[in-house]
Design a protein around this ligand. Sequence first.
Ligand code: NAD
Length: 381
Amino acid sequence: MTREDYIKNAAEQFETLLREQLARTDQMLQDCGAKDYASLPVITVGLIGGDGIGPIIMDQAKRVLSVLLKDEISGGRVVLKEIDGLTIENRLALGKTVPEDVLEAIKSCDVILKGPTTTPKGGTMESANVTLRRELDLYANVRPVSVPEEGIDWMFYRENTEGEYVLGSRGIEVPGCLSIDFKVTTEPGTRRIARAAFEYAKQNGKTSVSIVTKANIMKKTDGNFTRICHEVAADYPGIHTEDWYIDIMTANLVNPAIRNQFQVFVLPNLYGDIITDEAAEIQGGVGTAGSANIGDRYAMFEAIHGSAPRMVEEGLADYANPSSIFKAAEMLLRHIGLIEKADRLASALTLCGETEKKVVVTGTRDGATCQEFADYVIEKL
Ligand code: NAD
C-alpha cells in the first residue's frame, strides 16, 4: 500500500468510529435512569463461578448469602440463580467470550456476583469482563478502599466504558512509520459517572470529591471530563470539588501525611484502572478488595483478583482467600438496598479479617482453608 492508501483507509476508519460513537451517545441520552430495586417484587441475584479458584470462593459466597438472606429467599423476595457456562473451557470450545445462552441468563438477573474468569494469553478472545461491561453497559467501576488505623476511607468511581479502552483494539498503524490509538470521552458518558460519584458522596455524608485526569495534556478528552464533572458538581453545593492531575495524585496516595484527606475520586477509565490497584495495595493487597461494575439496568460485583491458575496447579485452590468476593457480596447487598444485611456482613468481615483474626487464610497450607474462613464469618454474622 502507498502512503496515500493508508491515509485514505485511516480516514474511512475514523469516520466509522466517529459514527459509531455518536450513535452510542444518542443511545445513552435515551436511557431512562437507574433501576429502583426497592420497587422490584423479586430481585434475582445471578451467581457465576468462573475459572480457577472462582468456583471455590463462590461456593462459600453462596453459603454466606444463603444464611444472610434466609428470610428473603424463603419469602420469594430474593432468588439466587446459578449461571453455568462462563468457563474458559466452554468459551474456548464455542469461540465466544460470553456464549449467547450465558449472556441471556445473565440478562435475566438484576445483579450478578461473579467469580474471576481466565483470559487466554494471545489469540483474539477478549476478556469476559470487557464484554460484559459493554453488553450490560456497566459504566461505573466502583472500588472502596479503607485503612481504618490511618483514617483512610476512599471510594473510587472509575469510568468503565470509554477512554482508551472502548477503541483500544481499533487503532491505526502505518507499518514501520507510526501507530495511533483513540481515546473517547462522551458528554453523556462523563455526566453519568460524575452523577454516580456525587450521588454516592451526598448519600454517604462525604464532603469532598476529587476529579483526577491529565487535562493539562489531554485537552479535549480529559479537559471535557473535568468540565462536565464540575458542571455536575454545581448541583451538590455542600460538596467540595477539586481537580487533580493523575501524576501528583498517584504520589499523594503514597504520602501518609495527606492521603487520608481524600474521600471520593472520579476518574476516566485508564487512570482509574491503574490507581485503584495502587490503592488496593495500600489496603493490603488485591486479595482484600471487592469491586463493583454498575450500570442503570444491571450491576456486577466481583473480587478484584483473578482466577489464580498457579494456586490451582500447586494444589492450593482450597486455601484461596474468599475475603475479596465476600466484600463484593457486601457491596451487592448495599446496592440492592439490603443495607442492614450489608452492615452485618461488613462487621463480620472486619472482626474476622482485621480485629479478632482467629482463623487466618494465608493462601498456603499453613493457613486456614477458604471453607474454614467462611465457617468463621458465618458464625459471626
Ligand atoms: P491473579 O489475581 O489470578 O493471581 C495472582 C496471584 O495472587 C496468585 O498466584 C495468588 O498467589 C494470589 N491470589 C489471587 N487471588 C487470591 C486469593 N483469593 N487468595 C489467595 N491468594 C490469591 O492474577 P493473574 O495470575 O495475573 O491472573 C490469572 C487469570 O485471571 C488471568 O487469565 C487474568 O486475565 C484473569 N483475571 C480475571 C479477573 C476477573 O475476572 N475479574 C481479574 C484479574 C485477572
